[in-house]
Design a protein around this ligand. Structure first.
Ligand SMILES: [Fe+2]
Ligand SMILES: [Fe+2]
Length: 502
């Protein structure tokens, strides 16, 4: 078990480990700067009797206490990253993910300091770090980062007030630690999985309850300031949510992270590229809609990210926007421009939609995960229709199959594999006359076998069991989608092959 984890850890190369150490060292310095700054502000602003800032750092006990504080912080941060890297290796993929966690903690620390110092000690966004980590990494990391954030705030409160009359009373320091710990964790569980950003505000109000319970229990001795503290405490939960909603898009953009909110926004019909697709390639849009339902069901069935699968399906054929009329689903007037082209030229045009999709999606600033699926959804599959046509032209002579194959790469993730099967399955089943459960299942079985024979799934860790689940899910969904239609025009086998390869 430990060996396996170490093996995963070794996926970082030397350069990345070097970067990780540099980022770690620089950020520890930054945290030291934040703490020194808060000592400066507390000392100069509050206590005129206290010697100046330089004295604090050159004479003991101030300097000793600061060194002690920094050692504690290095230890806390080292343990944090040991935990995150070993437990969430798939989420902490690159050194920039480490930078992101540091940035979350630093921003939270700064917000907690300034809100506590200049507004009210109980009006601090103590749940902010946990909430940001929840959306940008996952729930498990969020719970841990929330604990670390509460601990860092507590250390900052204790040490930056150590030599002064203090802006934070001892009671308030302990209360903040408990409130941060409690609201952060409750907030993480309340907000996890909430689809729309607007609903988060509603849930944020519920976060006031644990703050109020803590305050009532911890602050009952100071009756004079009780009402003021209750109002500040209750508002702090709302402040956490407001700052979280304001800062999250910046992190999404800065670290190119795909959150559920971003995925929801990308699948709205008003999203710029979706709008273009509806107007310029309505046939492809309808195809993508059906594929998105299939991909989402398959992702749920094998425990993958359903929202990512749904969103990727919306965008997988975006490359067809370049020349929509060359794809069957958009040929409403019955004219097929491929009739006037050589099979080689036709294959080039159809092949290009994977790379074009990648380029368009990147140009519009969409996340890498979506762009990769555009590129991988046909893998290196041959376009059988054009290959057969070329062979016919050469009277059965030799034709290089590679010239009639997609450029790849093959699917690298389970979601890309789902997309490959759902995409081909939808197109093939749409062209079938008899859509009974048995026939659909038989076709899907053939389609998956072909892809397995052509080793399309060798770069992703999908299992046979998962492929069977995917086949069953698609067969159930497609039988449901198409069963009510009665009469369809006759389509010959060649056309079915075209659909499979496009
Ligand atoms: Fe495609
Ligand atoms: Fe497609």
């Amino acid at each position: 078990m430990v060996k396996e984890r170490l093996k995963k850890y070794r996926r970082w190369n030397r350069g990345q480990i070097g970067k990780f150490i540099t980022i770690f060292a620089l950020n520890i310095l930054l945290i030291a700067g934040i703490l020194a700054g808060s000592i400066f502000l507390n000392g100069i602003g509050y206590n005129a009797v206290e010697p100046d800032f330089i004295d604090y750092f050159t004479k003991s006990p101030g300097s000793q206490q600061f060194v002690y504080l920094m050692i504690i912080i290095v230890l806390v941060m080292a343990v944090t990253f040991i935990y995150l890297i070993f437990e969430n290796r798939d989420k902490i993929k690159q050194p920039k993910d480490v930078e992101m966690i540091f940035l979350i903690l630093e921003i939270s620390l700064l917000c907690n300091y300034f809100a506590g110092r200049y507004i009210n000690i109980y009006f601090r966004p103590l749940a902010l770090a946990g909430l940001l980590t929840l959306l940008l990494v996952n729930r498990r990391s969020a719970v841990f980062v929330n604990i670390v954030s509460s601990l860092l705030t507590f250390l900052m409160d204790v040490f930056t007030n150590a030599n002064f009359t203090g802006t934070v009373s001892a009671n308030a320091q302990y209360s903040s630690l408990v409130i941060g710990f409690a609201t952060g964790i409750i907030g993480i569980y309340l907000i996890d999985g909430v689809g729309a950003r607007i609903k988060v505000f509603g849930r944020g109000l519920t976060m006031c309850i644990p703050v109020l319970i803590c305050l009532v229990l911890l602050e009952q001795t100071n009756l004079l300031r009780f009402p003021e503290r209750i109002v500040a405490g209750a508002s702090s939960a709302i402040l956490s949510v407001v700052l979280f909603m304001a800062i999250l898009p910046v992190f999404e953009w800065l670290f190119k992270k795909l959150t559920n909110y971003r995925l929801e926004e990308l699948t709205e019909h008003s999203a710029p590229l979706i709008k273009r697709m509806i107007e310029e390639a309505p046939g492809t849009f309808n195809h993508s809609l059906v594929v998105s339902n299939l991909a989402e069901s398959c992702a749920i069935a094998i425990g993958e990210d359903a929202l990512l699968a749904r969103c990727a399906a919306y965008y997988h054929d975006m490359g067809k926007l370049r020349q929509p009329e060359f794809f069957k689903e958009n040929q409403q007037d019955g004219h097929n421009p491929h009739n006037d082209l050589t099979p080689e030229l036709s294959a080039n045009i159809v092949r290009a939609h994977a790379k074009d999709g990648y380029d368009i999606v990147k140009k519009y600033g969409l996340p890498q995960e979506i762009a990769d699926i555009c590129l991988q959804h046909h893998g290196t599959m041959p376009m059988m229709f054009f290959y057969a046509k070329a062979k016919q032209f050469k009277d059965g002579g030799d034709v290089d199959v590679e010239k009639f194959s997609y450029a790849g790469p093959k699917p690298q993730t389970k979601i890309a594999a789902i997309m490959m099967i759902a995409d081909a399955g939808e197109a093939a089943v749409r062209s079938m006359k008899d859509r009974s459960r048995e026939k659909v299942d038989e076709l899907l079985r053939k389609l998956i076998n072909e892809r397995m024979q052509l080793r399309q799934f060798e770069d992703c860790d999908i299992t046979m069991k998962e492929l069977n689940i995917i086949r069953n899910t698609i067969a159930n969904s497609l039988t449901g989608v198409y069963h009510s239609r009665i009469e369809y025009p006759k389509v010959n086998l060649e056309e079915i092959k075209t659909e499979e390869s496009e």
